[in-house]
Write a protein that binds this ligand. Structure first.
Ligand SMILES: NC(=O)c1ccc[n+]([C@@H]2O[C@H](COP(=O)([O-])OP(=O)(O)OC[C@H]3O[C@@H](n4cnc5c(N)ncnc54)[C@H](O)[C@@H]3O)[C@@H](O)[C@H]2O)c1
Length: 158
């Protein structure tokens, strides 16, 4: 497992690069208290990796609510953000609860936008599953949803 630190002072964070999901729950527990969490994914990625990641997170002590969105750019909207907010509120997520994003840039941008805004910000961990999301969208903290008048018009740095 390789670690790259993104040096941003108080906002520094680590990128971990490895071959499988096995070390992931221990890493998550090293930075987060065990507690309630959302696991956000899309239907394609969840069918491949969802059961594995869900079970590893639960073994690590997280109480996880999975939320599976339709795959594709059409899901990067305030409508899907509202689905995530509703799941977070229904599961009583609090300020120490984490949102995990398992998927490509669409899942990362949407789940990150919700993490930046739910309760004015909760912990956010990305598990990027496309090359684009691994080398670009999961790095740098830009999160956003689209508006019908344009792409990435509503967002945050988080
Ligand atoms: N935040 C940023 O800084 C930033 C930077 C660049 C791009 N983006 C955003 O990223 C988005 C595009 O991301 P993307 O290209 O990852 O698209 P995506 O998230 O839509 O994923 C593309 C497709 O690949 C599937 N998929 C994902 N991982 C897979 C896997 N491991 N195996 C099989 N199928 C898999 C998905 O279900 C989807 O159908 C755009 O919305 C773009 O605006 C954001």
């Amino acid at each position: 497992m390789e670690t790259i630190t993104v040096p941003l002072g108080e906002r520094s964070y680590e990128i971990r690069i490895g071959h499988d999901f096995e070390p992931f729950p221990d890493l998550a527990r090293s930075i987060l208290p065990a507690g309630k969490a959302l696991l956000v994914s899309d239907e394609n990625v969840y069918s491949l990796y969802g059961a594995t990641v869900l079970s590893l997170l639960e073994q690590a002590g997280f109480h996880v609510t999975p939320v599976v969105i339709p795959a594709g750019e059409e899901s990067k909207t305030l409508v899907q953000a509202d689905v995530l907010y509703t799941a977070a509120i229904s599961a009583n997520l609090d300020r120490s609860s984490a949102i995990f994003a398992l998927g490509g840039g669409v899942v990362g941008d949407l789940a990150g936008f919700v993490a930046a805004t739910y309760l004015r910000g909760v912990p956010f961990v990305q598990l990027p599953t496309t090359l684009l999301s691994q080398v670009d969208s999961s790095v740098g903290g830009k999160v956003a949803v689209n508006h019908r008048l344009g792409k990435n018009l509503i967002g945050a740095f988080y």
